[in-house]
Design a protein around this ligand. Sequence first.
Ligand code: ADP
Ligand code: 5GP
Length: 200
Amino acid sequence: MNKGLLIVVSGASGTGKGTVCDALLKKIPTLAYSISATTRAPRPGEKEGENYYFLSREAFSEMIAQGGFLEYAEVFGNYYGTPLGKIEERRKVGQDVLLEIDVQGALKVMERIPDGVFIFLLPPSLAELERRIRGRGTETEETIAKRLGKAKTEIAVGKKYRYAVVNDQVEQAVNKIEAILTAEHCRADQNSDIFEELGR
Ligand code: ADP
Ligand code: 5GP
């Protein structure tokens, strides 16, 4: 059995990572979503163990001390981390695992798991990014300015990723990611079981 892919979708805040990943998971139900841990408070409608594992700062620090995270980062004053937990277990049985994380976290995963599939999501323009951040209606003027400033630096880091997908229309972005995953599954080193079988 070939190992499942580790897929990392990342990009500046407001680009549409959450929206695109939700649509991708609906389209490819076999994809396993890695649920992150966070110290931020749940938003209305968010559920423990579904959107995030909501932890106190103490519990989060404890998990860091135990080496329980693949990566973690502070994002806009709260901590977010990817639990190591089931990722390797799932990949070993051939399941693809999807991580939706911020840019700092993705760079750490790049160091630890260089054969991951790193996809950088881009907004069609900075003006549209600002519209999306404002449209979410959850931020103050101060945090909007902070997020836009940070977005410009983060977008420059996107050149380090293997793939860049512009999120103009959600459906098209999802189709492009699906095409990337199809291509990744066709890599020769992802098909060693068939090579072995045919070489007998
Ligand atoms: P992120 O997870 O990257 O911070 P979200 O998924 O929360 O971004 O999206 C930010 C806002 O932009 C949301 O209001 C979302 O509905 C909207 N949005 C996402 N993708 C698109 C798109 N392709 N076209 C228009 N609006 C979008
Ligand atoms: P939000 O609070 O809007 O759910 O997420 C804020 C940011 O944290 C987003 O950019 C999201 O991608 C990022 N994020 C979510 N989970 C993780 C994680 O496990 N690790 C890292 N590094 N970032 C994360």
